[in-house]
Design a protein around this ligand. Structure first.
Ligand code: HEC
Ligand code: HEC
Ligand code: HEC
Length: 386
């Protein structure tokens, strides 16, 4: 994928992607001629490494690089070598791998001390990287050697992706987030994007629920407290970065690679800021039926003590399980299939088949922690009744 035999198409692609990545703020010509910069070893020179690089992947590496697909380096255990020299050692007392995340020193807005991390518990006093005038090979060398990411085990491909992000993936977040931390976007369009996805990306509703309160696939429903509406309001700079570059190590993709624009992110952000920041706890312990909190509390055994045959399930409990776990996002509300990811119809599905898919025995985009044979029997009973 990265080793394109032909230089020209990659070159064209790099420029075609450029506007999607925010209008190419600084785009020094890939420094084809000036080798001898001491970063040797890549044989075909920095221009090739840079041209082959993927700014979208670089943006994910900027977030939490050891989670990104293809990275062989392990999560560090010690502090980053520059951490001890931070101008303000009082405010940000984090330790270990967190200190290796680019964003921890340079910020989600890429502005370091001049941005959101200029105050609060993430303040380090380090400068940002927005508007850097480094060339591609200078950025590569700095990240690899001066910053120690080569020694940490990142490959040259990883480092070129980071350099590509630094030069082409950054945007001025002030263009989409105003001084009161509100996204400057069209809320209606944002809702459309949330419900149907940006470009070729999967709709946010599929994984986060219509209200942003569903624990996405892979997250533990009991632990999950970083809801879409919460991040959008509390940290819109983080929100824009995650929407543009995806969530490292999960199926949440980078909108910059899916054909999204910066305006799409602003519109989406405006809508996301209107979503609830946390589930409403009305104190009565009864499921409100929105399925958004992933814990319905009513999928219980109806007490008939069976479980021995195909007719054992309780269709009502099965339907509740289906709703609470948002199966309809892909399989559609009436389970006929086709609402996302080409999910098939589940009508008439047998309980063992269901259990195997939800426990990960058979390949499936979603697993449900703690799913029981009874849940599967109930669901099968409901699916048989459709
Ligand atoms: C522990 C804090 C820290 C971390 C983590 C960190 N940096 Fe830096 N970065 C700095 C400091 C300090 C400087 C300025 C001094 C220097 O050149 O070392 C800097 C400078 C830079 C510059 C040059 C900016 C300019 O003005 O030209 C770039 C580019 C950069 N960093 C990119 C990255 C990337 C990409 C990552 C993640 C792979 C990263 N940094 C992680 C502290 C950090
Ligand atoms: C294929 C599933 C999937 C899709 C589609 C998806 N996400 Fe995510 N998203 C995730 C996962 C998984 C996480 C990490 C959750 C965790 O571990 O806490 C995540 C994390 C996030 C976070 C960080 C806060 C958090 O929950 O950890 C935000 C904000 C977010 N997603 C917004 C969006 C938006 C907006 C969209 C639509 C453009 C979207 N996501 C689409 C799966 C998805
Ligand atoms: C993110 C989208 C998505 C969600 C959410 C989802 N599924 Fe699926 N499901 C799929 C896709 C895609 C397939 C077909 C591909 C495959 O089998 O790997 C599938 C296949 C299945 C199958 C096998 C059907 C067959 O005929 O092979 C079962 C059973 C199933 N899903 C049950 C469920 C249940 C129950 C839920 C809710 C807990 C659920 N799915 C949620 C996307 C989804």
């Amino acid at each position: 994928m990265k080793k394109s035999p032909s230089l020209l198409p990659m070159y064209v692609v790099a420029f075609a992607l450029c506007p999607l990545l925010g209008g190419c703020p600084v785009m020094p010509p890939p420094d084809g001629g000036d080798d001898g910069d001491g970063n040797g070893g890549d044989g075909d020179g920095p221009a090739q490494g840079f041209l082959d690089a993927d700014a979208a992947r670089g943006g994910a590496l900027y977030d939490k690089w050891w989670k990104v697909a293809g990275v062989t380096a392990a999560e560090p255990t010690e502090d980053h070598p520059l951490w001890a020299s931070r101008p303000d050692t009082q405010s940000n007392t984090r330790m270990g791998s967190t200190t290796w995340r680019c964003k921890e020193c340079h910020g989600w807005d890429y502005k370091g001390l001049d941005g959101a991390y200029g105050s609060g518990s993430h303040r380090t006093g380090f400068a940002g990287i927005f508007g850097t005038t480094r060339s591609a090979s200078e950025a590569f060398d700095l990240i690899k050697t001066d910053h120690g990411y080569g020694n940490a085990g990142l490959s040259d491909d990883d480092l070129w992706d980071l350099a590509k992000f630094v030069l082409e993936g950054q945007i001025d977040t002030d263009d989409l987030i105003d001084a009161s931390a509100a996204f400057v976007g069209n809320l209606d369009n944002g809702q459309t994007l949330y419900d149907s996805g940006i470009g070729t990306g999967t709709a946010c509703t599929v994984c986060h629920g219509a209200d942003g309160l569903l624990a996405p696939p892979g997250a533990d429903p009991d632990e999950h407290d970083e809801f879409v509406g919460l991040i959008a309001n509390e940290n819109p700079w983080e929100f824009q970065h995650k929407v543009r570059f995806g969530q490292p190590g999960t199926a949440m993709s980078a909108s910059v690679a899916d054909g999204g624009t910066t305006q799409d992110v602003a519109d989406l952000g405006a809508y996301a800021q209107s979503l609830p920041e946390a589930p409403v706890d009305d104190g009565n312990g009864v499921d409100d039926g929105n399925g958004g909190d992933g814990d319905n509390g009513n999928g219980v055994d109806d007490g008939d003590g069976d479980g021995d045959n195909g007719a054992a399930g309780d269709p009502a409990a099965g339907e509740a399980f289906f709703v609470a776990n948002n199966c309809g996002a892909c399989h559609c509300a009436d389970a006929i299939g086709g609402c996302a990811l080409d999910a098939p119809s589940l009508v008439g599905e047998e309980s063992n088949e269901i259990l195997d898919h939800l426990t990960g025995v058979m390949q499936h985009p979603v697993t449900v922690e703690g799913v029981t044979q009874q849940d599967a029997d109930d669901l099968a009973a409901w699916l048989a009744s459709l």
